[in-house]
Design a protein around this ligand. Structure first.
Ligand code: PA5
Length: 441
């Protein structure tokens, strides 16, 4: 279960200079009702991500079973929305030592950092490896570059059998990889047309690797369905957690100058969840001069790093804590310890971690830094499914608040296009000229 406490974002707690007035929040009542019905209608189009929790996952489960039976290594090749969700699910829901203790071992080739590429290749046995190439566009340069090198190695080692070691996840019709999969009869999954990279974790993009690694993906989807239900029936701002998060952040940003959104889980398992959120929030909302810069902080580590700035630096931040009530494992401090340290005797590590969260929260509130807390009773597939859907809906709804399209990424495309031009791709000659006119050596 998930609870949200937003008391310390409100003006009656931290003052009107930094906090949101209840009247301000409620003034979005009619906007929310109107937008709510637009969203329900858009679920067959731009909000199609909201339908993913209801998809049929038989093929994903069957394919995952075959991979588990036949391979020792499962490697995702993809970047951005085609890898961050996979990493997030794996880190949140599997043991820290997963790769030491389980098969198939899981790796991600996202960047084109040659040393990282080499390190992954060194760790795997190519003959026992299955590669899932994920790219919606089918043309992202990092993914295609990594794929082409792997393809070459696979062909050299396995000849025509290379096909059995590949799974392609891409657009249903368009792009080089769709053509490649069809022509070579390679197992493939389709990313629904209306679902962009950063909203795709609950499709085969994120679910296949999760299922291969033994994660209960049905529970993830059940959690997402539950959150969809909450967000579908409750159009009242304070009862709809997605709209609430969106409006609070919007008001904090536009009316109180909080241009930075910090997410600070007190659980290292959620570290990659923040990376996923960073992409979702930044790439969806950073447009036309709008958007909040998402920042990652990890409790309690960043108490010894960024908290100084959060409390006494520029008053430009809103902080979201994520608290986990019950951890899978815990350790107690012995009672027979030096008297000076007695305040710790018999306490558990999880107890200290959660007290540190409370201490930091109150310290921020005292400094008038707006902060909300999302409480998970534990980290499990169901709660992670809820959390994913919650942030996807909050982000997409925010598009209406800022009056921007949350589903495109024109500024990202521009960088990709200059890269194609620099690499000499056909059709990008004009882009190269433009590059030369801007870049001065
Ligand atoms: O959210 C997005 O659309 C992007 O971040 C993409 O996921 C990223 O650029 C990778 O694109 P593709 O899946 O087409 O390789």
């Amino acid at each position: 279960m998930i609870k949200i406490d937003y008391t310390d974002v409100m003006a009656d707690r931290i003052g009107e200079r930094d906090g949101i007035l209840r009247e301000e929040l409620l003034s979005f009542r009619y906007f929310t009702v109107e937008t709510h019905s637009l969203i329900q209608r858009e679920k067959d189009n731009s909000f199609y991500f909201a339908k993913l929790p209801y998809q049929d996952i038989t093929d994903i489960l069957e394919t995952a079973k075959q991979i588990r039976e036949n391979f020792d290594y499962f490697i995702v090749i993809g970047i951005g929305g085609s890898s961050l969700g996979n990493i997030m699910l794996h880190e949140a829901l599997n043991d820290f030592n997963y790769n030491e203790n389980h098969f198939p071992k899981f790796y991600v080739l996202d960047n084109v950092d040659p040393e990282k590429f080499g390190a992954v290749i060194d760790r795997i046995d190519i003959k026992r490896s299955c590669f899932n190439v994920i790219t919606k566009s089918g043309s992202t340069v990092e993914t295609i570059a990594n794929f082409l090198i792997i393809l070459d190695i696979l062909k050299e080692e396995l000849g025509e059998k290379y096909k059995e070691h590949l799974i392609i996840t891409t657009d249903p019709e368009k792009g080089f990889l769709r053509k490649f999969a069809n022509e070579n009869n390679i197992k493939s999954f389709s990313i629904p047309e209306n679902v962009g990279g950063r909203f795709s974790v609950l499709s085969s993009v994120g679910l296949l690797s999760a299922a291969v690694c033994g994660i209960d993906i049905e529970q993830i989807l059940e959690g997402a369905r539950k959150m969809d239900l909450i967000c579908s029936v409750e159009e009242h701002i304070e009862h709809n957690p997605a709209y609430l998060i969106a409006i609070l952040h919007y008001l904090a940003n536009i009316r109180r100058g909080k241009s930075i959104s910090v997410m600070m889980p007190y659980s290292e398992r959620l570290s990659s969840f923040v990376d996923w959120y960073k992409q979702l929030w930044a790439e969806s909302l950073g447009k036309e001069g709008f958007g909040q810069t998402p920042i990652k902080a990890i409790g309690a580590i960043d108490q010894h790093s960024q908290i100084q700035l959060f409390r006494e630096g520029p008053r430009d931040k809103i902080v979201t804590f994520i608290q986990v009530e019950k951890f899978k494992r815990d350790f107690k401090i012995p009672t027979d310890i030096p008297e000076d340290l007695n305040y710790l005797a018999g306490h558990s590590l999880s107890e200290i971690l959660n007290k540190e969260l409370l201490g930091t929260k109150v310290a921020l509130t005292k400094s008038k830094v707006p902060n909300l807390t999302i409480v998970l009773d534990e980290i499990n597939p169901y709660n992670i499914g809820m959390l994913i859907y919650l942030y996807e809906m909050a982000t997409a709804f925010s598009g209406y608040l800022y009056k921007i399209n949350p589903f495109d990424q024109p500024a990202v495309e521009e960088g990709k296009n200059f890269t194609y031009a620099l690499m000499g791709r056909k059709g990008y000659e004009q882009k190269l000229e433009e590059f030369k006119s801007i870049y001065k050596e």
